[in-house]
Design a protein around this ligand. Sequence first.
Ligand SMILES: Nc1nc2c(c(=O)[nH]1)N[C@H]1C(S)=C(S)[C@@H](COP(=O)(O)OP(=O)(O)OC[C@H]3O[C@@H](n4cnc5c(=O)[nH]c(N)nc54)[C@H](O)[C@@H]3O)O[C@H]1N2
Ligand SMILES: Nc1nc2c(c(=O)[nH]1)N[C@H]1C(S)=C(S)[C@@H](COP(=O)(O)OP(=O)(O)OC[C@H]3O[C@@H](n4cnc5c(=O)[nH]c(N)nc54)[C@H](O)[C@@H]3O)O[C@H]1N2
Ligand code: SF4
Ligand SMILES: [Mo]
Length: 737
Amino acid sequence: MTTIKRTYCRICEAHCGLTVEVDERTQRVGRVRPDHENPVSKGYSCVKGLGSGAMHDDEERLNFPMKRVGSTFERISWEQAIAEIGAKVRQLRKEFGPRSVGLYTGNPTYFSFQNILMSSGFIEALHSPNLFASHSVDNNNKLHVSTVMYGRSMVHPVPDLEHTEFFMCMGSNPVVSQMSIIQLPNSLKCLQDVESRGGRVVIVDPRRTETAQKVGEHISIQPQTDAYLLMAMLHVIAHEDGLDLGPAKKIAHGVDDFVGVAADWTPERAAVVTGIDASTIRELARAYRDADGGALYMSTGVNMGPFGSIAYWLVQGLNLITGNIDRRGGLLVPRGPFDSLKLAGWLGLGGFNEHRTLRGDWHQVAGCFPIAALPGEIDNDDPRRIRALFVSAGNPVHSMPEGGALARTFDKLSLLVSIDIYRNETSAHADYLLPATDMLERSDYPASHAMLQVTPHAQYTPAMVPPKYERREEWRIFSDLAVACGAKPWGKVGNLLPRINRLLARLPGDAEVTPDHVLALLMRWGGEVTLEQLKQAPGGIPLPPNEPGSFFGARVPSEDGKVQLYPKDVAADLPRLRREESRLSPRPGKLVLIGQRDRRSHNSWMHNSPHIRQPSGNRALIHPADAKALSIADGDEVEVGTEQGSIRLLARLTNEMRRGVVAVPHGWGHKGTQVKRAAALPGANVNEVIPGGHANLEPVSGMAIMMGHEVQVRRVEVRASTEAKTERQPAASEAAN
Ligand SMILES: Nc1nc2c(c(=O)[nH]1)N[C@H]1C(S)=C(S)[C@@H](COP(=O)(O)OP(=O)(O)OC[C@H]3O[C@@H](n4cnc5c(=O)[nH]c(N)nc54)[C@H](O)[C@@H]3O)O[C@H]1N2
Ligand SMILES: Nc1nc2c(c(=O)[nH]1)N[C@H]1C(S)=C(S)[C@@H](COP(=O)(O)OP(=O)(O)OC[C@H]3O[C@@H](n4cnc5c(=O)[nH]c(N)nc54)[C@H](O)[C@@H]3O)O[C@H]1N2
Ligand code: SF4
Ligand SMILES: [Mo]
């Protein structure tokens, strides 16, 4: 008998509702479809989520624990894997101390309640500060700025798009990505609705993106210069026109200092850097200020540039002084079903701590060090360096800038363990591979997004099917590892995470506590809904809408309940903004590199999907006029190079691009992954040319600077290009699913 079960997707932040056909006898997964009854996503989904069933059955999945033997991997039992890894870690910790263990948690971690809970619990229980996270390659600036402005990294007011009159979207391509640090399924429709209600949508991007082609007005901006645009908007609103700062002063410290930073940033000055006319900047600033509810939003295109922290500070500050935060049609701060802010306060999460890296003295953001600092923590002569590295749900060798440099440090490790659903470029170097469950094989709750929902909604999903083969739930893997590695039962006094970890690991007797028990406790405490109620409502339960006037004076998690509008460390970075002002244009003959995402890929891990027909590799998107100057024709093979190295891929000429800018999608060019479909796809890994290391970290937050590097683009000699052309397969648009 086939049952149709309801769940939600955990690949991107939209968390779309899905239905899954399950054969009750065989427990096989059939068709995965959009859930039309889901009250938030209302039948929206994309090809990645619909491919989750095929991914569950992919014959190339990692299904058993494996151990490196010479240059290959051999299957071993879970008992052997856990015991051997545990023995090694115990020995390293005894000899070199707790810092000898490190953990990198990749992007899918944040889509699994049990993984978030247990991965950080694991490293805390081992008393190591060495937790690194993928948010240092997408959102560290946001997490850091919220920490210094609001007191906790998880406060990110979300646009009230159902009521807004003016929405400016900088550095995001919602049609493809569904955005970030926000939960908004079918974001295109939400933006189109703003327009049909008579509101205005402005897309600021160096490329006329898929989004800009479908909604709003496109404003083309020179990469890396959004902070200058925002400065000029602040100048117009607060200096040229004058603004009553009284209301802002009631809720924030440092209002005058904040406004003061824009005193000499006239639109004329910003126009030179951004490439946006001064008159346009003035008009935008005033339209935003005068809207009956306006919201500025920025995402990874700006985060990944050199001024991510300054830009997010300006976005928050502008939204605040114009009275748009905590108001209808502006931006609201969701509560979630339980008080995440209070909980974070108790657990000491999302604030500052004393941990620093051995090299570079980097602080943690949201409890994690920047991933780009990891190579330096492994390869140094300090006896406390990292010697055992765990990588969970991540592929840093491929996904971080200059990942090859990280791979080269692996020789210095005594142990590398990958916990993943596939084999990837990082685990190719591992000593042990531990197979995790996929999203259909585990229960879940979108805890990390509770405070980011535009339409608040609580949905619990049970596992759709039991794990196939010997795939194991992450909570169990981390729990067993913690015990085997010698975690002490009760951890540091006052730190609850190791306790939870221990609780989950082993209760006295045979009782087993699972992440669901922790969730049930949190829900009960929160009071909005109980886990029992959620289990009875498979499509989830709508929560009260985000409430204007509920944040300031009530829930701001800073010490005195006020916002810090002039955070010293961010403001101290302003001289760099001035210094770089004249250096942002590329030198003659060079182009500026930005990125692009594709609906059919997800960072580095969707290319093996048996469900998704992939285009034949990534392409370098170049404006026809730039291409002409470089004698490049559409489909030519080009070399994109920096001082660090070069990659070769085919060119696609398109006037979507801003002149002087080249876009190369990341996540392509799979080598040594052992997964055949992905490895067979042509394409190149752009992170081979994006410089990494400490020098390329945004200095305030440790966010990797991945956009805006100057590159040389040249046509590969005719002979090679003819070969490339003969092999050429359909262009991205031709192969669309
Ligand atoms: N040049 C450039 N580089 C970029 C970006 C860019 O725009 N330009 N984008 C960056 C961004 S936004 C991010 S978030 C990072 C991502 O960086 P990472 O998170 O390090 O890498 P991913 O490629 O997302 O790899 C995720 C891994 O998790 C595995 N996985 C999937 N589901 C599960 C699961 O449920 N459990 C476990 N254990 N494993 C699972 C996948 O098989 C895959 O190997 O990359 C960044 N890299
Ligand atoms: N299909 C698909 N969806 C995804 C992902 C995926 O890989 N594939 N990844 C997921 C992840 S991990 C994340 S973090 C989110 C990211 O979601 P988004 O933040 O929306 O990321 P992108 O879609 O890459 O859009 C970034 C935009 O910034 C533009 N840009 C580049 N430089 C600049 C600049 O200097 N200024 C401005 N204003 N714009 C600039 C780029 O042209 C691009 O259009 O997407 C998620 N969703
Ligand atoms: S947009 Fe696609 S990948 Fe993202 S949650 Fe929805 S179905 Fe999943
Ligand atoms: Mo990301």
